[in-house]
Write a protein that binds this ligand. Structure first.
Ligand code: FDP
Length: 324
C-alpha cells in the first residue's frame, strides 16, 4: 500500500484507487488462504455446476468469486464487475468510480492438484468528463491490470504509463518489495509457452512459425495463463494461445480463440505493454485496441517479447501457406 500511496501522491491522484486496490488485495489474500488449505478442507472438489463457458465449476471458483464480489462491494468504489464466474454483468455500487473485469481463479485444471492458478483483473475508470455510457472498455483504456499467482504469493501489477511491478507476500501477509519488471532483451532465457498438443490445429502460418523457431528457445507450459505468463515476463519469450482452425473434428475449431478478452488477454497485454512487450490477436491486431462487443468475448493471444510477437505477426498475415 505504501508503494501505491506514493504513486497516487506523485501523480496527484485521489485515494479512491487505493481503496479499490485494498479490496482486490484483500480478496486475493483470502483466496490464497482458502487455496492453501483447500485440499484439507475439501474445497478443491467439483461444485457440480457449469459456468457460462460450459466448464465445470470447482468449489474454489465459487469461494473466490464470492470473496471478490464481497470485497468489491465493501469498497463502494466499483460501479459494476465482469467476472468469468457470472454470465451477467454484476452491478455493485451505482455511484462508484471504477469498472473491474476479473477472473478469480484462472487455470482451473490446476485446482484439483493445488498447483498455480491466477486471480487476474483489469480496472477502468468511469468517464470523469461528460456522460458515462458504461460501455465495455478496451485494454488501452484500462488504468491498471494485475495478476496474483495463487498460492505462490506473487503479485504483478501494471499501472498505466507507470510500469509493471512485482510484489511478494511476506510473513505478515503484506505484498512487499516491489521490483520493476522489464522484459529482458537478451534472448538467452527466452521461452515459448503454448499447448503443444494443439499445434496441428493451428493455422499453417503459425505451425510453420513454430517449426522454424522452437529449437531456439526452451518450452514451458503449466496450463494456467497467469503462471505461464509470469515466466514469460521474467525470462522473456512468448506465450500464445492461437486460434484452433485445423482441428480434425471441425466442430472443435475455435477460430475466435479460447481465452477471454476482458479479464485474461487484455490483462496480460496491459501488463506486457508496461513491461516493454507486445500482444496481438489472430489477425495481428494489438490486443489493447480490441473493443469488446460482449463481456465474455474470446480471442486468440500472442503475448511477450516484442521481436517474437512482431515476427509471429508476419506469419499470421499469411492466410494458409503450405506446411514446411
Ligand atoms: P483453464 O481452461 O484451465 O481455466 O482460459 C483459461 C485457461 O485455463 C488459461 O488459464 C490457460 O492458459 C488455458 O486456459 C489452458 O488451456 P488448455 O488446457 O487448452 O491448454
Amino acid at each position: 500500500m505504501g508503494f501505491l500511496l506514493t504513486h497516487q501522491e506523485k501523480h496527484h491522484r485521489t485515494h479512491h484507487f487505493l481503496v479499490l486496490m485494498d479490496a482486490l488485495i484483500s480478496a486475493a489474500k483470502h483466496i490464497e488462504h482458502f487455496y492453501l488449505t483447500g485440499a484439507l478442507k475439501g474445497n478443491i472438489g467439483l461444485a457440480g455446476s457449469v459456468n457460462v463457458q460450459g466448464e465445470d465449476v470447482f468449489r474454489m471458483d465459487q469461494i473466490a468469486q464470492e470473496l471478490t464480489i464481497h470485497h468489491l462491494r465493501a469498497s463502494r468504489r466499483v460501479i459494476y464487475a465482469i467476472s468469468e464466474e457470472s454470465e451477467e454483468i454484476v452491478p455493485i455500487t451505482p455511484d462508484g468510480r471504477y469498472f473491474v473485469y476479473f477472473d478469480p481463479l484462472d487455470g482451473s485444471s490446476n485446482v484439483p492438484h493445488g498447483l498455480p492458478v491466477g486471480f487476474m483483473f483489469g480496472v477502468a475508470r468511469k468517464s470523469l468528463e461528460g456522460e458515462e455510457d458504461n460501455h465495455l472498455r478496451a485494454g488501452k483504456d484500462y488504468i491498471a491490470a494485475g495478476m496474483f499467482v495463487i498460492p505462490t504469493g506473487t503479485f504483478t501489477l501494471a499501472l498505466k504509463d507507470a510500469g509493471a511491478w512485482r510484489f511478494h507476500l511476506d510473513e505478515t501477509m503484506e505484498f512487499v518489495r516491489p521490483t520493476r519488471i522489464l522484459l529482458p532483451e537478451n534472448r538467452k532465457n527466452w521461452e515459448l509457452s503454448f499447448n503443444s498438443a494443439n499445434r496441428r490445429t493451428y493455422s499453417k502460418g503459425v505451425q510453420n512459425w513454430i517449426t522454424n523457431n522452437e529449437s531456439n528457445y526452451a518450452f514451458r507450459y503449466i496450463g494456467a495463463l497467469a503462471a505461464d505468463f509470469h515466466r514469460t515476463l521474467s525470462n522473456g519469450g512468448m506465450f500464445m494461445y492461437p486460434a484452433i482452425v485445423n482441428h480434425p473434428d471441425p466442430r472443435k475449431n475455435r477460430p475466435e480463440g479460447k481465452l477471454r478478452l476482458m479479464y485474461e488477454a487484455a490483462v496480460v497485454a496491459f501488463i506486457c505493454s508496461e513491461a516493454g512487450g507486445g500482444a496481438v490477436d489472430e489477425s495481428g491486431r494489438p490486443i489493447l485496441d480490441v473493443q469488446p462487443k460482449g463481456p465474455h468475448q474470446r480471442t486468440a493471444l500472442y503475448v511477450g517479447s516484442k521481436p517474437l510477437v512482431e515476427d509471429v505477426t508476419q506469419s499470421l498475415a499469411i492466410p494458409n501457406p503450405p506446411v514446411q
